[in-house]
Write a protein that binds this ligand. Structure first.
Ligand code: GLC
Length: 632
């Protein structure tokens, strides 16, 4: 007998199937566990906490200032500690010293009445870049040129593992900024000027850092930053507070960093919000508001941005961590008033490296005076504790100290191989006349020149061992571009080097590696993106030798090439490749073809700036458009 199913039954089954697939808890939609699913445990703990203990969870000093009063970590019930860009263990910068520092502070923190472990945060923005011997991956500007989310996730996973090797469980990354003006010193911390690339790669980075299970001992807490519009500020003349910009543009003072982003809300959302929507989708547990302002209001003071849009509209369930002393900038000279505004706007934890005692004192007074409601304190602490439960920090059966077995893979050849792959895939070939590249491995002699040919620090850029980074042999285990060329060339090939490019006569080919010296944040703000005189001279000296000239640019952004591009037969943009210079040689000698595509528009001259895809189309006339890149 033919069974006839009623249309109602069929529709009901279909609806049930759809609901199952789209419901958050169904295995089919398996993603990170929602942070609010930990609220029952959070509420139970919160109910036991004193006001002092709650405020302690909202306080993040820097370890270097706790040295003067180690008892403060217990006295103030501190819930988190950071190491800023230059804040290394007092015993020195080694894997062992970092691990001992973490264990010592965590042990102290867990002696408090409730024994709530600390979250230890660092800026692991391209590997565990504070620590000597860590693999330094290419910066985000390079990763943007790969357009490869799987690679970005793999890099983030390795970074998480190397960070965990020191016990540290939190990185202030990924930076999902969308730089609109490459004169900004933080351009290289961005994946791209294109918000779609930023969203895709930012989501991949969060997935890699946090994994699908934030409680994994190989996962670390990610922090999407700097919310919001940090890369869209308007240039302003650098006043007396202005930092003298690095490089030849020093005379032309200009400030972009920590400026004011003047956009209507629709444009702000279109260009600068996608990275945060993607990061929240990936389950990001923390977000860092920007030093910068939106239409004159500090992001760290904006209830519209922090609470209404991020927490209420977008449903962000984690916590907000302020930038380094960013709260102080809200009402200069009135620290207590600044704290009141920021916490009431929705800030949950304050990065208060040295001034943490005053922060704790003022916040307690504000609560007692009724100026900061206890409900706001409870919301902030709930958000912080959600993350700690999700990470397994509250699991009494689990050690919260470092897993030193991870030291074996720290800086390993296996990790470096992934970084080398990222270097290869991030290089952008801008010019290759007469098939100058790839180089023959049988060339009789290769002459290498330029200030960045044999300089690991220049290859790595800022946020490397030191906050600002520095030129020179900054960390063990890396390979400079010169060393990589020597290793890749045939044994019979002679590889000579001169910084200024002289002595190239008679070589088969000349390779000139030029570009920027390391910088970070506002120190890198520059009005003039011309190349240093020394770099132009090195290219000219090799050109005078009458041999093919390959120019490699190591820089945190596109630069003005009018002085060197005509002399170059081939031109490779390497941006900031990090420690694994061998990836450059892989492409130079053709064992791998260049596949990178520009993630930023390349200007012809300074006066075109700012120049990007989001600007007026009739003014868009770059030397090389975003998306450009040749291959063999
Ligand atoms: C810095 C940066 C931020 C970093 C923080 C901690 O000033 O703005 O990106 O995470 O301080 O080092």
């Amino acid at each position: 007998m033919k069974r006839i199913y009623s249309p109602v039954l069929i529709a009901g089954l279909l609806l049930a199937g759809i609901l199952l697939l789209t419901s958050h808890d169904s295995p089919a939609a398996a993603g990170p566990k929602r942070l609010s699913s930990f609220d029952p445990q959070v509420k139970q703990l919160l109910a036991q906490m004193t006001l002092d203990e709650k405020i302690g969870q909202m306080t993040q000093p820097d370890q270097e200032f706790l040295l003067k009063a180690p008892e403060d970590i217990q006295k103030y019930f501190v819930g988190s500690v950071l190491s800023g860009g230059n804040s290394d263990p007092k015993e020195g910068n080694s894997l062992e010293a970092w691990t001992n520092l973490y264990d010592r502070l965590q042990t102290e923190a867990m002696k408090t009445r409730l024994g709530i472990p600390i979250l230890y945060g660092v800026d692991a923005v391209h590997g565990h870049n504070n620590v000597l011997g860590a693999v330094i991956f290419p910066h985000n500007i390079n990763l943007g040129c790969t357009r490869d989310p799987a690679l970005v996730e793999k890099i983030a996973r390795i970074t998480a593992r190397e960070v965990r090797a020191t016990g540290v469980q939190w990185t202030f990354a990924p930076c999902v900024t969308v730089p609109q003006d490459i004169r900004w010193g933080r351009t290289y911390e961005g994946f791209s000027e294109d918000p779609r690339i930023v969203a895709t790669l930012g989501e991949a980075a969060v997935r890699g850092l946090q994994g699908l299970d934030l409680s994994s001992p190989l996962s670390i807490l990610a922090c999407a930053k700097h919310y919001v519009g940090d890369g869209g500020t308007s240039p302003r003349a650098a006043g007396p507070e202005g930092v003298a910009p690095a490089g030849p543009g020093a005379s032309a003072r200009l400030r972009l960093d920590q400026g004011d982003t003047r956009l209507d809300e629709a444009t702000l959302r279109r260009i600068h919000l996608p990275g945060y929507i993607a990061a929240i989708r990936a389950g990001v547990g923390s977000i860092m508001p920007s030093y910068s302002s939106w239409n004159g209001v500090k992001c760290s003071a904006s209830k519209r941005l922090l609470t209404e849009i991020l927490k209420q509209e977008l449903g962000f369930e984690g916590f907000l961590i302020s930038d380094y002393n960013a709260i102080d900038q809200i009402k200069p000279g009135d620290y207590k008033g600044s704290i009141e505004i920021s916490i009431n706007a929705g800030m949950d934890m304050a990065m208060v490296p040295s001034n943490y005692r005053n922060y704790v004192r003022y916040l307690k007074e504000l609560v007692e005076e009724g100026k900061v409601p206890m409900s706001r304190i409870d919301d902030a602490v709930t958000r912080i504790l959600r993350v700690k439960f999700a990470m397994g920090l509250m699991d009494k059966n689990r050690s919260q100290l470092a897993d030193r077995k991870l030291h074996q893979s720290f800086g390993s050849a296996e990790h470096r191989a992934v970084a080398r792959e990222a270097v290869r895939k991030s290089l952008v070939l801008l010019k290759n006349d007469r098939q100058t590249l790839p180089l023959s491995k049988q060339a009789a002699r290769i002459h290498v020149a330029g200030a960045s040919a044999d300089d690991l620090g220049n290859q790595c850029g800022g946020w490397t061992i030191q906050w600002q980074g520095q030129s020179g042999n900054v960390t063990p285990g890396g390979t400079t571009i010169l060393a990589a060329i020597k290793a890749a060339a045939a044994p019979a090939t002679k590889v000579s080097y001169s910084r200024d490019g002289t002595g190239a006569e008679g070589a088969s080919v000349g390779i000139v590696v030029i570009g920027e010296r390391p910088y970070a944040e506002g120190v890198g703000d520059r009005a003039d993106l011309s190349l240093a005189k020394e770099d132009v001279e090195a290219v000219n000296n090799v050109k005078k030798a009458g041999i093919p000239v390959v120019v490699i640019l190591v820089s945190g952004r596109p630069m003005i090439l009018s002085g060197v591009l005509p002399q170059a037969d081939a031109f490779l943009a390497a941006f900031l490749p990090g420690t694994e210079g061998a990836g450059v040689a892989d492409v130079l000698f053709g064992s791998d073809k260049p596949s990178g595509k520009l993630s930023f528009s390349w200007p012809r001259s300074n006066d075109q700036l700012p120049l990007n895809l989001n600007g007026p189309k009739d003014k868009y006339n770059p030397l090389f458009p975003a998306g450009y890149g040749l291959s063999y």
